[in-house]
Design a protein around this ligand. Structure first.
Ligand SMILES: [Zn+2]
Length: 310
């Protein structure tokens, strides 16, 4: 079993014990994000750290934390302060599914992300025919319930009861939205090969009238988010049930300067054979098709796939 991270004393509870109060300060402070080039010291500087907006949803909640922190950096084993500043981050709490999904053991030959690598993710099989312990980890994967199992077993293509729905951030540059949708839907071809249709779906951020429950901070919704930042990349993280490996939520973060990366890639990798990319600024159709590639790559990661995907 995964390690229990912490036990927290109940500070107060309602008469029927259906609601409890407990102190989460330690957990929230420990969740301060780390940057690529720095770590954060004194994230629990309590006098200058405060909680902002608190949101509560059906099975998850989030809190915005405003913290004043010191940034530290390690160089050749020496750790030093490189500055200080304010940061705002969001911490989410999510209930694990009541009905656990059947787990699958990860097989490195298939190239699916393991559950972990946090402490406690390694399991041991003592009944192995091999000498000694046999260690294994669980695979990360989505739970898809077939709409008609009999038809599927009979070789028919069927839909699923719980498609993987993606919501496209409304702050993306308008011209990016269509390539983003295509990048998500491209994966339907892979699902169709195993007899499932319309598994991947894509929608715009709904309005309050269309879906009053919608909020990008609600972990029931997987979102593609626009990050106005100079990082030349995109990312596709996901969050799994540590007990079963079920992927419960995923995000794709697309940084603004992924466009620069696309320019560089296409120029360096394809200009030998493609005259149209011998330019400082790529033609729109080249940007579009490259964005489709970037998005479908990141969506592949959110499906639990490592770098062996096409
Ligand atoms: Zn990748």
């Amino acid at each position: 079993m995964p390690k229990i991270l912490r036990r927290i004393a109940v500070a107060a509870q309602s008469k029927d014990s259906s609601a409890v109060i407990f102190d989460v300060t330690g957990i929230v402070n420990a969740a301060a994000p780390k940057g690529k080039d720095f770590s954060v010291a004194k994230s629990a500087e309590e006098k200058t750290t405060w909680f902002g907006e608190l949101k509560s949803f059906k099975d998850n909640a989030s809190v915005k934390v405003h913290a004043n922190v010191d940034f530290t950096k390690s160089i050749l084993g020496f750790k030093g302060k490189i500055g200080s500043g304010s940061m705002e981050y969001t911490v989410s709490f999510l209930m694990l599914p009541e009905k656990p999904m059947p787990a699958r053991i990860q097989d490195l030959r298939v190239g699916v992300f393991p559950v972990g690598p946090s402490e406690g993710s390694m399991r041991y099989d003592l009944s192995s025919a091999e000498d000694g312990y046999k260690g294994y980890v669980l695979a990360s994967r989505w739970r898809l319930d077939l709409s008609d199992t009999t038809a599927w077993l009979g070789g028919k293509t069927v839909t699923v009861k719980n498609p993987i729905v993606w919501y496209v951030d409304n702050t993306f540059p308008e011209s990016w939205k269509e390539p983003i949708r295509k990048g998500v839907l491209a994966w339907n071809a892979a699902f169709e090969a195993i007899g499932l249709k319309d598994v991947m779906q894509v929608r715009d951020f709904p309005t309050k009238e269309e879906d009053p429950e919608f909020d990008p901070d609600n972990l029931r919704y997987s979102c593609l988010r626009y990050v106005p930042d100079a990082t030349m990349n995109a990312r596709g993280p996901s969050w799994t049930d540590p007990v079963t490996g079920e992927i419960l939520n995923a995000s794709v973060l697309v940084y603004n300067d992924v466009i620069k990366l696309i320019n560089n890639w296409r120029f360096v990798q394809t200009s030998q054979v493609d005259e149209s990319v011998r330019a400082v600024k790529m033609p729109q159709e080249i940007i579009d098709e490259s964005l489709v590639y970037v998005i479908s790559h990141e969506i592949g990661h959110t499906l639990g796939l490592m770098h062996n995907m096409g």
